[in-house]
Design a protein around this ligand. Structure first.
Ligand SMILES: Nc1nc2c(c(=O)[nH]1)N[C@H]1C(S)=C(S)[C@@H](COP(=O)(O)O)O[C@H]1N2
Ligand SMILES: [Mo]
Length: 368
């Protein structure tokens, strides 16, 4: 059973405001200014592609200044030909295009009870774009991977002190060799057919499809093939989750999740068939099905999947719901991916406030 989270007072206000239409939200919802953090407005979570200016932004540090005349991407470590690539060295490689959903591991953190520290995202730290760039694999193969290589370490051009008073560092993350060499892992220079915007990592960023956003290093300045397991701050202190045996595990692929984008919570609906719509995604596989409930999760029925079904992009779904009578309803949805991973009813609470993928109810009132 999914508890209704809206107060009766909220319902009463919503009933009174029947004439009020949903505002059209055209800017990012600001979570922080320095560094820049913003989420996609809730009303835009129904678009399959997120326009660049409304794609969520999650920065740990100030956006770096990039000077293109001197900009280089270093490729070194366990490679036979270490070197510095310029932008055109990357652009002349075969170009790959792929629609990929990125979700911040802290998306929906504000739903957690008790609350956890960190950016209090609602549902908007997830967005989808058509990314284009070189395959990371092509860059690595040109450099020639040497025996003994275990991981690839990526460095962003941004830096700062994530812990006040602590050491200064750049944004560093590593990937296991098989993920780095996967043909779908991109070094992107285009987002929705435009040059990469500065806040999304201009001129080059990593895009690791299927993984939570933290893996997709922006303002990529260095690629180093290493013979050890990297244990930096953003790999072992942040973006880890304690499993049932008390072992801290790194966060990787996005867990199965879905949301209702329409109607919005608190909306008052006319007593007639209504379109309920939303999104569903999983980093591990495509979505197999989405179920819908109008009684707080006691009974479920199949929703219809609509729009494109792509391996790394979220899936649109909808359903026509005919309210049986006027009154208060708790709507909910739940997704299952093609590997059988079912979205849980309840999020597994964790101190970092990550992977908040439990069923999120939407309360509505059907007018008499
Ligand atoms: N260099 C660098 N890369 C980064 C980050 C960062 O702070 N610096 N944030 C990461 C996190 S936590 C997320 S969720 C995504 C967000 O990408 P976006 O801002 O383009 O949505 O970028 C990742 N890559
Ligand atoms: Mo993130």
């Amino acid at each position: 059973m999914v508890p209704c989270t809206c107060s009766e007072a909220g319902v009463a206000t919503a009933v009174k405001d029947q004439t009020q239409t949903r505002p059209s939200e055209q800017t990012l919802v600001e979570i922080d200014k320095v560094p820049l953090i913003g989420e996609t407005p809730q009303s835009l979570l129904q678009n399959w592609l997120t326009p660049n200016p409304l794609f969520y932004v999650r920065n740990h540090f100030d956006t770096p200044e990039i000077e293109m005349s001197s900009w280089r991407l270093s490729v070194d470590g366990f490679v036979s030909e270490p070197g510095q690539l310029n932008f055109y060295d990357v652009k002349r490689l075969p170009k790959y295009t792929s629609t990929i959903t990125l979700e911040c591991a802290g998306n929906n953190r504000s739903d957690l009870e008790p609350p956890t520290p960190g950016n209090q995202f609602q549902a908007g730290a997830v967005s989808t774009a058509v990314w284009a760039g070189a395959a990371l694999k092509d860059i690595l193969e040109e450099a020639g991977i040497e025996p003994g290589a275990r991981q690839v370490l990526f460095e962003g051009a941004d830096s700062g002190t994530p812990v006040p008073g602590g050491p200064e560092m750049s944004y560093l993350r590593s990937l296991p060799m098989e993920v780095a060499m996967h043909p779908d892992t991109l070094v992107a220079y285009e987002m929705n057919q435009e040059e990469l915007p500065i806040e999304h990592g201009y001129p080059l960023r990593l895009v690791v499809p299927g993984w939570y956003g933290m893996a997709s290093v922006k303002w990529l300045s260095g690629i180093k093939v290493i013979d050890y397991e990297f244990e930096g701050f953003f790999q072992t202190d942040r973006y880890v989750i304690e499993n049932d045996d008390g072992v801290w595990e790194p966060i990787k692929e996005m867990s199965t999740k879905s949301l209702i984008s329409s109607p919005a919570g608190g909306e008052v609906l006319a007593n007639k068939p209504t379109c309920v719509a939303g999104m569903a995604w999983s980093g591990n596989a495509q979505i197999k099905n989405v179920e819908f409930s109008s009684d707080g999760g006691q009974t479920w029925e199949q929703a219809t999947l609509t729009g494109p079904s792509e391996r790394y992009a979220w899936q649109q779904w909808h359903m026509t719901w005919t309210p049986p009578a006027s009154g208060h309803y708790t709507l909910a949805c739940r997704a299952t991916d093609r590997l059988g991973n079912v979205q849980p009813i309840k999020t597994r609470w964790n101190a970092g406030g990550y992977v908040v993928n439990g069923v999120r109810p939407v309360c509505v009132t059907v007018a008499a």
